[in-house]
Design a protein around this ligand. Structure first.
Ligand SMILES: Cc1ncc(COP(=O)(O)O)c(C=O)c1O
Length: 353
């Protein structure tokens, strides 16, 4: 049976061009700054996101954590959204490893933070009050359904933070998707933040890696955090080579994924038992709620998987589909057929109450 895997864009495989680049990559010891391929990737990444310097890390989590550890002193609070990836899916790493308590404020419908909430969350300088170390934003916003925040929204938060001397970090795991949706360059989305992390291993199809970018002296210090976390590598050019192909070849095709996600969402929204806010389908993620109470979400996932379609869950009754490279239009059509067969055609496994 053919498997259509729409759980995440992280399931993408390296392209043949990436595999060729990996096989022939020039390498050296990256811990001494001697890997020419890593150096090339870092310079390219910094240029593409409009920052002075960038550092290659094995994962998005390590990119975010390196940023937290570099921006903040132990004991400082990190302000972030209640639906952020940092809060939900990164093992509380900043708190666990860096002694950085998380100060949670609500995310808006599109993943934005309200500047007034940020203003209120930044602590006054007073004995006994924890200092505020950092404000974190996320773009695109995963748990909001791949939604995008605009340069105006980013600047409004950054202005509030900067007025109080607090830096801003952007978890831009899918920042190229955000830029594609808005028709802007990535630097227009990052100019008011102090650092940005983005992933090569998601919609851009590289097998491994993320970049943390920011001012040169910040990246210099972040290299110490990466070393401490065990993320300083040796002949990493072998994987960085795929990252260069990702940045040079895979960014331009992202709107294809957005079109497929939109098409899928519009048809999915018409099926019974599904509540889907089409306004939030902006990039490659489709988030929706299973409202037909005859179905338990796990049972639906199992029924879809039994027919060859894999999707994922945000927990509770919220489910997620992600469009990505390697899935053809026919496969998206088949995915919809499977949904329809299960939700309309087949009897539900749980008796109606
Ligand atoms: C918004 C966001 N940030 C960070 C990450 C972490 O990336 P990784 O899983 O490569 O560590 C992810 C992963 O899905 C993500 O969606």
């Amino acid at each position: 049976m053919e498997i259509i895997d729409l759980r995440s864009d992280t399931v993408t495989h390296p392209t043949p061009e990436m595999r060729r680049a990996m096989a022939s990559a020039e390498v050296g010891d990256d811990q001494s700054g001697e890997d020419p391929t890593v150096n090339r990737l870092e310079a390219l990444a910094a240029r593409m996101v409009g920052k002075e310097a960038a550092m290659y890390v094995p994962s998005g989590v390590m990119g975010n954590l390196s940023a937290l550890l570099t921006h903040c002193q132990r004991g400082a609070e990190v302000i972030m959204g209640d639906e952020s990836h940092l809060f939900h899916y990164e093992s509380g790493a900043g708190a666990a490893l860096g002694g950085l308590p998380y100060h949670i404020i609500p995310n808006g419908r599109f993943g934005e933070l309200d500047p007034d909430d940020v203003r209120r969350a930044i602590r006054p300088e007073r004995n006994g009050v924890p200092p505020t170390g950092l404000v974190c934003l996320e773009n695109t916003h995963n748990r909001r359904g791949g939604t995008v925040i605009t340069p105006i929204q980013i600047r409004a938060v950054a202005d509030v933070a900067h007025e109080r001397g607090v830096p801003v970090h952007l978890d831009g795991a899918r920042i190229f998707n955000a830029a594609a949706y808005l028709g802007l360059s990535v630097p227009e989305l990052t100019e008011s933040v102090d650092s940005v992390q983005f992933c090569l291993s998601k919609g851009l199809s590289a097998p491994v890696g993320s970049l943390l970018a920011g001012p040169a002296d910040f990246i210099q210090r972040a290299r110490k955090a990466r070393k401490m976390l065990g993320g300083a590598m040796r002949q990493a050019g072998v994987i960085a080579a795929a990252g260069i192909v990702a940045l040079e070849r895979m960014v331009e095709r992202l709107p294809e994924d957005h079109r497929e996600a939109r098409r899928l969402a519009e048809r999915l929204a018409q099926l019974p038992g599904i509540r889907l806010d089409l306004d939030t389908v902006q990039t490659n993620i489709v988030a929706f709620e299973l409202v037909d109470e005859r179905w338990q979400p796990e049972e639906l996932l199992k029924a879809l998987a039994a027919r060859g379609l894999r999707i994922s869950s945000f927990g509770g009754r919220r489910l997620r589909i992600v469009a990505h490279h390697g899935i053809s239009s026919e496969q998206y059509d088949r995915a919809l057929e499977i949904f329809s067969e299960v939700l309309v055609g087949a009897p539900s496994p749980v008796p109606a109450r």
